[in-house]
Design a binder for this molecule. Structure first.
Ligand code: NAI
Length: 701
């Protein structure tokens, strides 16, 4: 069913019914238009009420139809809204819970609107790189005034209905109905039906005037603000352009202008990137052979082993979600340090007004500490975050196997180690999984869920669902050295090293990459995370993969004791207590000496080459990861990079960006790099999947 029709108290009630949020897909639109015709033809019907079944009035367009002919098939949303306006019987929208995007535009086409308090009202199109496309930019300013409407449209953020209803002079809502919404809406519909019985014309939002004491000044101010705040995205500025038309043009001309802007944005790379991320986020939660109805295990208590950098942040995620946590350490001092850090983090949030004192106390009350494994016997999920050494992991998992209750999920936060080996330390490999959080674990969105050979489907389903509960973007990765994210970053870091060897400075590389849009370049990032971490990993890899080429500058840096911000010296110098990266003459000298030793005459390298070599290194490794089935789909790889590695959102992730450039062009550039004697020809061998897609003129998506 897509919308139902019934008569109550002489009023036709059309109820949108397209779960989960009553998206305005083709069948729903058709059913509403049919309902309107029925009501129109039935002399016994005095008025119409439109509402939504379940947990929404309407969340807007049906995203499942995006890109398909159904999305625009008649009656499209514009025609449906026109049909509402043309009805000779009053139409009342009865709004509750969620009224967003096309749902709000539909409501604005009705003659009257009543709302339950607490409904979320929004035009979120800007978040996928668009402007509202069914009159939102022209009608919302007519009912809420220029300023409020523009704020809602440019931010895309929801506002509670009762707040909007309380604004002086607002015409969005005719009534707020406390209590039974339908009873109130029917009574209201009967009232307006009586008032219009004599042929009094029905009110239309399109006939209202937008007024403002200084529209030009306000629009100019908005344009400047939006430009400063959203430099990589065209849509917010276009929202200002569209809203400006509501005051400068006649209604139908404004509608035409809105449509033109909507269509022009639809094909921009930024809109494509944002839609890719929007759908990628949803797609990441789907695992091909783990259906949505896979049984899950109940997670009521969590254990965390290790109260270091990661253990503390991991614990906070669960405390924030109201799940009790017990942290285990080997020494009381380590526990005390870990708990003090958690407290410090919460206190900073309280100070900034982001967390209420009582909430902070509630969260801390859920935290227990222990030095004894026996105290983890009731935990449903235990996450290990101890030192990154197989021997230490072995000891921990053997102990866990002894004490954990049957059915408890045993997870490792390892960043690079083999989860299958870790699982084999237990007699229950089906219960073992990787849960790879990113630092700071209480802030970063990404959770790589590492699926071992034996990991149970119910374990995966449970971990994906708990990831959602703690508000992470969870992406499944197979087992390999570094999983999706760190395996790709290894190649990116190798290229960054070669660039130094050939003549670039750390600051030039960082600046070029940051200009491209990365949150941080590779060298500033290394200094932040600690260069010694990569050093330890390289030492292990040197044994596992002898002869692998890389620039030795990163090792030399660590040999100089320059671990990064924590030693106030890394690729850059740092002043005590400050994070500003100051170029270091010592580092430049070390790099120059290394070049000399290698017989490399430095050359000037363009920013474009820097960005291409780093990003295409990610793309090539990403293609291998996809081909080997380590990632289930291309968009999963992009989500890892967008949510865990600061890849610029407006470029949609490395593989989406490569698609935008054209894979043929990517492969051609790789061939050029391979011919550079100081680069690494084998490094630039295109992954078979990439070569194949490029040759066939196809893309990753
Ligand atoms: P850390 O050195 O800050 O903390 C490790 C903690 O584990 C220490 O407090 C230590 O006392 C405790 N510990 C060591 N052996 C133990 C044992 N047998 N039983 C109980 N506690 C024990 O290390 P960090 O950075 O928190 O890393 C932990 C794990 O998380 C590693 O596997 C690491 O690869 C991984 N990881 C680290 C990230 C980072 O950015 N630091 C990011 C993602 C994963």
């Amino acid at each position: 069913m897509s919308a139902s029709y019934e008569i109550r108290d002489g009023i036709a009630v059309i109820t949108l019914n397209n779960p989960p949020v009553n998206g305005l897909g083709y069948d729903t639109r058709r059913a509403v238009v049919d309902g309107l015709e029925r009501a129109q033809a039935d002399a016994a019907v005095k008025a119409v009420v439109i509402t939504g079944a379940g947990k929404a009035f309407s969340g807007g367009a049906d995203i499942r139809e995006f890109g398909s002919p159904k999305a625009t098939a008649e009656p499209n949303l514009l025609s449906l809204i026109r049909a509402l306006e043309l009805s000779s019987k009053p139409i009342v929208a009865a709004i509750h819970t969620v009224c967003m995007g096309g749902g709000l535009e539909l409501a604005l086409g009705c003659h009257y609107r009543v709302t339950a308090p607490g409904a979320q009202i929004a035009l979120p199109e800007v978040k996928i790189g668009l402007v509202p496309g069914a009159g939102g930019t022209q009608r919302l300013p007519r009912v809420l005034g220029l300023e409020t409407a523009l704020n809602i449209i440019v931010s895309g953020e929801p506002v509670k209905s009762e707040l909007l209803a309380s604004l002086p002079g607002q015409k969005l809502f005719d009534k707020v109905i406390d209590g039974d919404l339908m009873a109130g809406a029917l009574a209201f519909a009967n009232e307006v039906a009586a008032a219009h019985a004599g042929g009094k014309p029905l009110p239309l939002v399109r006939d209202l005037k937008v007024t403002h004491p200084n529209p030009d000044g306000f629009i100019q101010f908005s344009r400047n603000t939006v430009k400063a705040m959203s430099k990589n995205f065209p849509a917010p500025a276009k929202c200002v352009d569209a809203v400006e038309m509501s005051i400068k043009r006649k209604f139908d001309e404004g509608m035409q202008g809105e449509r033109e802007i909507f269509t022009s944005l639809m094909f921009t790379p930024e809109c494509k990137a944002l839609r890719h991320a929007f759908f990628g986020e949803r797609a990441a939660s789907k695992i091909p052979d783990v259906p949505d109805d896979t049984p899950q295990r109940e997670i009521k208590q969590v254990g965390v082993i290790g109260a270091g950098t990661m253990g503390g942040g991991i614990s906070m995620n669960f405390l924030n979600a109201g799940i009790p946590v017990t942290i285990l350490e080997t020494k009381q001092e380590a526990l005390d340090r870990g708990v003090a850090t958690i407290r410090k983090n919460y206190e900073a949030q309280v100070k900034k007004g982001k967390l209420k004192q009582d909430k902070y106390e509630q969260r801390m009350a859920l935290l227990k500490t222990t030095l004894s494994y026996g105290d983890l016997k009731d935990a449903d999920l235990i996450i290990e975050a101890v030192f990154e050494e197989m021997g230490v992991k072995e000891a921990v998992f053997k102990q866990l196997d002894e004490v954990a209750k049957p059915g408890a999920i045993l997870a490792s936060n390892t960043s690079t180690l083999d989860v299958d080996k870790i699982a084999a330390f237990t007699k229950r490999p089906q219960d073992v999984v990787g849960m790879h959080f990113f630092s700071p674990a209480n802030v970063m969105k990404l959770l790589e869920v590492v699926r071992g050979k034996a990991t149970g489907k119910d374990v995966l389903a449970t971990v994906m669902s708990i990831g959602k509960k703690i508000k992470k973007t969870s992406v499944v990765s197979g087992v390999c050295d570094g999983f999706i994210g760190n395996r790709m970053i290894e190649q990116y870091s190798r290229q960054a090293g070669y660039l130094l060897d050939e003549g670039a400075t750390p600051q030039q590389v960082d600046k070029a990459v940051e200009k491209f849009g990365f949150a941080m370049g590779p060298f500033r990032m290394g200094d932040l995370a600690g260069n010694d971490i990569g050093w330890a990993i390289r030492k292990r890899r040197a044994q596992e993969r002898p002869g692998m080429r890389y620039s030795k500058t990163a090792d030399l840096l660590c040999e100089m004791g320059r671990y990064g911000q924590k030693t106030q010296a890394g690729w850059y110098d740092y002043q005590a207590g400050k994070r500003d990266a100051i170029p270091s003459a010592k580092v430049e000298q070390m790099i120059a000496d290394y070049r000399k030793e290698q017989g490399i005459a430095p050359r000037k390298i363009s920013d474009e080459e820097i960005v291409q070599r780093l990003v295409f290194a990610l793309v090539n490794e990403g293609a291998k990861i996809l081909e080997e089935g380590i990632a289930n789909k291309a968009s999963d790889i992009d989500m890892v990079y967008l949510t865990g590695y600061g890849f610029p959102l407006h470029r949609g992730g490395p593989l989406c960006y490569a698609d935008t450039l054209g894979l043929f062009n990517v492969v051609s550039a790789m061939k050029r790099f391979a011919a550079n004697p100081h680069d690494d020809a084998s490094f630039w061998q295109p992954a078979p999947l990439l070569a194949k897609l490029a040759a066939e003129g196809k893309s990753f998506s």
